[in-house]
Design a protein around this ligand. Structure first.
Ligand SMILES: Nc1ncnc2c1ncn2[C@@H]1O[C@H](COP(=O)(O)OP(=O)(O)OP(=O)(O)O)[C@@H](O)[C@H]1O
Length: 486
């Protein structure tokens, strides 16, 4: 009698001949093998079906997400110009504020830098668009809330951000930050050249245009940079000094920046002048990868207080515009300089390392937020400390990812896209409007103002911004505002 065997995968039966040639187990009943084979086939088919179903569900879900995002964007844009009567400042359903509440998480937009097209980076632009990379033999498909092709204009990019920007006038806290490898166009998108302005100038123009349509507002500006982990006031009346960041009350986002200068901004022209002054104070240097590389993170914070004559309280919204330093690998930025005999190469290397450390800390914060961990490591870097209020519950954040399509940048492009994909999964909870009492101290006015400074009386110096504030004429005009416009 011959032995019989059924392979382990076929149900675990295994027979063999006994010592005396007798089978140690009963032979399989007739037809069992065929039956097992048919079961195996069925099992394989079922597995295939489940996998196809899962893939199709994921595809449909992504598509639906893209469509919802597009519809919300379109609705927001169409409602953006709507000026509500002051007494109706609560966000009725259908207005942009309501839509922001519904979105309630971080939106991730991606812009491809113009350059030589590469078959290794392909994109499907538009809402719910994708970027597909082919790196080290692996294909990755990243889906984002919006993908801007290399020929997208500054206006197209801003159009998608405008509803969020205008929501600050209704008391929302909005943070827009640009992220990406050095030289991919973060500063171009955020600032832009004078002849083709970027997000910041367009946002300010749009806000002032909207404010002119009615109501009483007060705009306060602060601007800092983080250079080699030192926080510096870019609008300080004297030379930029290192500021101390301390823990603050939770009502102020958990942090305080001692000695930070706030400026009351009466009009758009003054605001532009002050921003260009701040920009000129920012640390930039030529690196191997970008002739005018920003070596620091820059944070512009506008607090927009709106009075409500018919109600006891107004609103205090905040707009943070964050131009992050490039996420280049340290060896690329520094070592290349070194090989060229650049005497500042050690400095460039140090800068690149601190930039990378702080961006790593930002990644850690995003990971903790995404996993809803009870502890979020905001204190790991100055960048994440300053961003804490902007990434807190009830805030709205938009990440604009800048990527390169150059084959030599592919590794960095994939890293950036992976970071953005993770950020897109963070939920900050429904966006919340902030109310402000009609008068009070800055802290009570703006519970979500992250950069809480102390009043100061700066002495204008050559090149300092024009005397700002509706109260100019007295030194207190340069101090943070204390009351809402009445
Ligand atoms: N969409 C674009 N259209 C035209 N030029 C662009 C675009 N994006 C970037 N550039 C150009 O690419 C160069 C690098 O851009 P930019 O300085 O904005 O990069 P970056 O990401 O801010 O770099 P870094 O992190 O080093 O500061 C600039 O000369 C800029 O004008």
């Amino acid at each position: 009698m011959g032995s019989w065997q059924v392979r382990p995968g076929a149900g675990g039966f295994q027979g063999s001949c006994g010592v005396f040639g007798m089978p140690s187990q009963r032979p399989a009943p007739p037809g069992l093998r065929a039956h097992m084979a048919s079961l195996r086939r069925g099992c394989g088919d079922l597995r295939g079906l489940v996998s196809t179903f899962t893939q199709s569900c994921q595809g449909s879900l992504s598509e639906a997400r893209g469509q919802v995002s597009w519809a919300l964007g379109a609705l927001s844009a169409s409602g953006a110009g709507t000026q509500l009567p002051q007494e109706q400042q609560g966000p009725p359903s259908g207005c942009p504020g309501r839509l922001l509440e519904l979105k309630g998480n971080i939106r991730v937009l991606c812009r491809l830098r113009p350059g030589t097209p590469s078959s290794l980076v392909n994109s499907e632009p538009g809402p719910g668009g994708t970027v597909t990379t082919c790196y080290r033999g692996h294909r990755h498909r990243f889906r984002l809330d919006w993908v801007f092709p290399p020929d997208a204009s500054q206006e197209e990019v801003f159009r998608e951000l405008e509803p969020a920007v205008l929501s600050c006038l209704r008391g929302y806290s909005v943070c827009i930050f640009t992220y990406g490898q050095t030289g991919t166009g973060k500063t171009y998108s955020m600032e832009g050249p004078p002849e083709d302005p970027g997000i910041a100038p367009r946002a300010l123009q749009s806000l002032f245009r909207e404010m002119r349509t009615g109501g009483q507002h007060r705009v306060t500006l602060s601007m800092v940079e983080i250079y080699n982990e030192a926080v510096r006031d870019l609008l300080a009346p004297g030379p930029p000094e290192r500021l101390a960041v301390r823990q603050g009350p939770a009502s102020q986002g958990g942090i305080q920046v001692a000695g930070l200068t706030y400026w009351d901004v009466p009009n758009l022209e003054t605001l532009h002048q002050m921003l260009s002054l701040g920009r000129s104070n920012r640390a930039t240097a030529a690196t191997a990868m970008n002739q005018h590389s920003s070596r620091s993170h820059a944070l512009v914070t506008l607090t927009l207080r709106a009075a409500s004559p018919l109600r006891g309280s107004g609103t205090a919204g905040t707009l943070h515009l964050v131009d992050l330093a490039g996420s280049e690998r340290a060896w690329k930025a520094g070592a290349v300089c070194s090989a060229r005999g650049d005497p500042d190469s050690a400095q460039r290397l140090r800068e690149a390392r601190t930039i990378n450390r702080s961006l790593l800390a930002l990644g850690g914060v995003m990971a903790a937020l995404r996993a809803r961990r009870p502890h979020v490591p905001f204190r790991d870097s100055q960048l994440t400390r300053l961003l804490q209020p902007a990434l807190g519950p009830g805030a709205t954040a938009v990440l604009l990812l800048q990527i390169s399509t150059r084959p030599e940048d592919l590794g960095e492009t994939v890293c950036s896209l992976k970071f953005a994909e993770r950020v897109g999964q963070v939920e900050l909870g429904p966006a919340q409007r902030r109310r402000a009492p009609r008068s009070g101290t800055p802290s009570s006015l703006s519970t979500d103002t992250p950069l809480t400074g102390t009043p100061c009386t700066p002495t204008p110096s050559p090149g300092s911004p024009p005397s700002p504030g509706p109260d100019s004429g007295s030194s207190s005009a340069l101090a943070p505002p204390e009351d809402l416009p009445s």
